[in-house]
Design a protein around this ligand. Structure first.
Ligand code: SAM
Length: 233
C-alpha cells in the first residue's frame, strides 16, 4: 500500500512511522509513505496557501490553487490514487471502511488546517470524505494517521498474528471479551477463575457471556439489535 499525506505539516506525521508495527511494515515493503506539501505548489510569491474567507467569517481558509496543483500532480503520476479528505462534518470512519480501504493500492489523505479547505477542492478531488468524531481538531494530520493506522492493520502481513484481527471488537456484533495478562493474581485481584481451569469450551462460553455484558454496558443499542436479529434468524 502506498500512502501519500497531503499536508502543510509532515513533521507532525513522520514520527508515527518510526517505531513499532508500522515501522516494521515499511521495512518489510508492505507500506510506502510519501508526503506532498501544497505550499510547494503555491504560485504566490510568498508561497501563501491560505486567505480570508470570501463572504466573511473568522479565520483563514486553504486556497484552491496549491491543492489543485498538488492533487493534479499526484493524479498524473498515479491515476488509481484514492483521495480521502478529513473533515469533522463527514460521516464517521468505521472498521468496515478500514477493511474496505485496505484493498486499495494507493490512498492520499488530505489534511486541512486553519478554518479548513476551500469546498471546491473537496468537490473536485474527493473520492471519500471522513470524520474521526464529533469534535474539532486543529488539523487533519491526526485524523489521517488514525485512518492510516486502522487501514494498515488490515493489510496482509502487517500484523504478526492475523488471528488477532478476527477476534477483535467490531468484527462481530459483540465487543471483544475483557482480556487479562499475567500474573493470575495481581494486587489481590484475580482473573476470572474459569480462565485458569483449562476447560476450553467453558472458557468460550464465559467469554461469550462477558462479551455480551461488555456490549450491554458500552453499546446497549447494538446488543438489542443483535438479539433482535438472532430472534429473526
Ligand atoms: N471550520 C471547520 C468546521 O467548523 O467544520 C473546522 C476546521 S478544523 C479547525 C481544520 C481541519 O482539521 C479540517 O479541515 C480537517 O482537515 C481537520 N479536522 C478537524 N476535526 C476533524 C475531525 N473530527 N475529523 C477529521 N478531520 C478533522
Amino acid at each position: 500500500m502506498n500512502y501519500t499525506f497531503v499536508t502543510l505539516f509532515s513533521n507532525l506525521i513522520e514520527g508515527y512511522f518510526k517505531d513499532s508495527i508500522l515501522k516494521r511494515a515499511i521495512e518489510k515493503g508492505l507500506l510506502d509513505i510519501n508526503y506532498l506539501n501544497p505550499r510547494d505548489y503555491s504560485t504566490n510569491k510568498h508561497f501563501k496557501v491560505d486567505d480570508t474567507a470570501v463572504g466573511g467569517g473568522a479565520g483563514m481558509v486553504m486556497n484552491p490553487q496549491p491543492l489543485f496543483a498538488a492533487l493534479d500532480d499526484l493524479k498524473s503520476k498515479d491515476e488509481n490514487v484514492h483521495v480521502v479528505f478529513l473533515t469533522p462534518v463527514a460521516k464517521p470512519f468505521v472498521q468496515n471502511d478500514a477493511k474496505r480501504l485496505a484493498k486499495k493500492s494507493h490512498i492520499a489523505f488530505v489534511s486541512g488546517r486553519y478554518e479548513g479547505i476551500d469546498e471546491r477542492v473537496i468537490e473536485k478531488y474527493a473520492d471519500e470524505v471522513f470524520s474521526i468524531g464529533d469534535y474539532i481538531l486543529t488539523g487533519g494530520e491526526l485524523a489521517s494517521l488514525v485512518l492510516c493506522d486502522a487501514i494498515s492493520r488490515n493489510i496482509e502481513g502487517v500484523l504478526g498474528n492475523a488471528e488477532s484481527l478476527e477476534i477483535e471488537s467490531f468484527e462481530t456484533p459483540l465487543l471483544e471479551a475483557p482480556s487479562f495478562s499475567k500474573p493470575k493474581i495481581y494486587d489481590t485481584l484475580s482473573v476470572p477463575s474459569e480462565y485458569l481451569k483449562g476447560n476450553h469450551s467453558k472458557i468460550r462460553s464465559l467469554k461469550l457471556a462477558l462479551s455480551e455484558c461488555k456490549t450491554k454496558f458500552f453499546r446497549p443499542k447494538e446488543l438489542k439489535k443483535h438479539k433482535a436479529e438472532q430472534r429473526l434468524s
